[in-house]
Design a protein around this ligand. Sequence first.
Ligand code: AMP
Ligand code: GLY
Length: 426
Amino acid sequence: MKVLVVGSGGREHALSWKIGSSPLVDEVFCAPGNGGIAADAICVDIPAEDIASLKKFAKDNAIELTVVGPEAPLVAGIVDAFQAEGLPVFGPVRRGAMLEGSKIFSKELMEKACIPTAACGVFTDAEEARAYARKAPFPTVVKADGLAAGKGVIVTGCADEACTAIDEILVRKAFGSAGASIVVEERLVGEEASFIAICDGEHIVPLASSQDHKPAFDGDEGPNTGGMGACSPAPVLSGDAYGRVLDTILYPLVGALKKQGITYRGVLYAGLMITDRGPYVLEFNARMGDPETQPLLMRLKSDLVPVLYEVAKGGSIKGMELAWENGPSVCVVMASGGYPGPYEKGRVITGLADAGRVEGVKVFHAGTRLQDDRVVTSGGRVLGVTAQAPDLEAAMGRAYRAAGLISFEGAHYRKDIGHKALRRLS
Ligand code: AMP
Ligand code: GLY
């Protein structure tokens, strides 16, 4: 079959690569793709948000499966548009993607389903929000309701900081209409992990656990980013905790969505805080994590396409299972100088071929493009150097050996991806 992957980041590179390895697949297209995806798929110059053109491309080229990577087109209704034309597409409909598109929708749903999550208040009025933050017996986190390119969450240490954050979003409108309403919630303490699963509206096929590293610098210091690296599995979700997430979070969520009349078919991603009281939900996403997808798909032994296709055509995934390599995987994100702040583009990248020859390594491209016959940077997160090995230390060793072979002006990356997992194992 012919498959179209929508998106242009490291996650979409990993998806294109994995889908292309399926014996069921003849051709993979990626729209718009990037400089590295071009080696694993045919890149099509259509932006991920241009739903009308994507639909036309899928129809004209007899695409049998479209897999949507990022959240923006999901929230904009790409799945509804494809379904209206009878085109098989993997991802939730617009109302389902509200799980990610509106933090208030997601908090209300969690409350209805008794899913463990931080206590919160919802506000449009700054004075009321400030009063809540001042009275709260805990430090708070202030969140814009809508999509704010991963920047709409402000973690605060005291009521004064919370009030500043509230004013930033509700009064100074730092995130525009995405911040017309806010959630002010309890700041939870624990270790973060990601739980990603595929859902057919009723049944769930969970992926292995994973862990992102969001702050820019080693030791979880510095500003928040889209994710500076990830590993799988996440030891903090071993044994009991993994099953608890399914029983106390994901199945109740699917039930609550159904009660709202939403048959949720696509990826359910729970961003979790593992607290003393068990796993709590920080947020839900309606798509796979980036960079978690890169190490996850490196470890995935099974063909992913049958599960995606079944969901896309409205079938059942009951009883389907995914098999994983026992050995862990690690993804180290190499970023442009300045990221997550302003950064320059167009820097020539060298050493990619050598890095790709390190045993167990695949270099996924996130923000690159081809210029003549060179690969140059074109985004904040540039590469996801990903490695799999029989044990975590070896996987980290391989990923860092490969990253050390790559250079571009201004490149920076964290040197401690996987350390938290390693500490927990020892
Ligand atoms: P989100 O975009 O909701 O995942 O939030 C971004 C980051 O903010 C998360 O990865 C956490 O590090 C942090 N965060 C969000 N909500 C909370 C919370 N209730 N308590 C502590 N940290 C949080
Ligand atoms: N890795 C965090 C995210 O994809 O939202």
